[in-house]
Write a protein that binds this ligand. Structure first.
Ligand SMILES: Cc1cc2nc3c(=O)[nH]c(=O)nc-3n(C[C@H](O)[C@H](O)[C@H](O)COP(=O)(O)O)c2cc1C
Length: 156
């Protein structure tokens, strides 16, 4: 690929929602990363996927975890999206969240969340594709946070 900037620009023309994918490790440390690569895959069995960059500081945690959460953000959660797009320690400080029975941190007041058991991991270019089997989910009627052309948007 000659011109990465142009390629990224082309990909940014695909409007998406915004998620924060979360997990914890054996010590109970929590990890979260903003991701718009989320997609549904299969209804039976219920499978979804997202992609994580190989350069992510949280890569090993997401490759090793048996369970993770997909938090779909509302139009009011731009701040959360910005927070989890940063490389920071104690990233959950100041975040409104609860921990479920699998020790997955789940953001409160999201548009939806899906609890996943890691189903498959595929190495793919500079990312890994992580496929999860959905074991529980919940949704609300709030408005979604959208990402398009490199910036946050809301439904007009
Ligand atoms: C709207 C948006 C969507 C993103 N989607 C992804 C994604 O799907 N996969 C990914 O690895 N990084 C994605 N990122 C970048 C990560 O959020 C960011 O690089 C990461 O949180 C940096 O911290 P880390 O290195 O500690 O993981 C996205 C960022 C934004 C703002």
């Amino acid at each position: 690929m000659q011109d990465l900037k142009k390629f990224r620009q082309c990909l940014s023309k695909f409007a998406t929602g915004v998620t924060v994918v979360t997990c914890s490790n054996e010590r109970g440390d929590c990890f979260g990363i903003t991701a718009n690569s989320f997609s549904s895959v299969s209804l039976e069995p219920p499978l979804v996927l997202w992609n994580i960059a190989k350069v992510s500081n949280s890569l090993q945690e997401f490759l090793q975890t048996k369970h993770f959460g997909i938090n779909i953000l509302t139009a009011q959660q731009k701040k959360e999206s910005q927070t989890f797009a940063k490389s920071e320690h104690n990233i959950f400080n100041g975040i409104d969240y609860s921990v479920n029975e699998h020790n997955i941190p789940l953001l409160n007041n999201t548009l939806a969340h899906l609890i996943c058991r890691t189903h498959a991991i595929h190495e793919c270019g500079d990312h890994y594709i992580i496929v999860g089997e959905v074991t529980a989910y919940q949704s609300s009627d709030a408005q979604p946070l959208l990402f398009f052309d490199g910036s946050y948007q809301a439904i007009q």
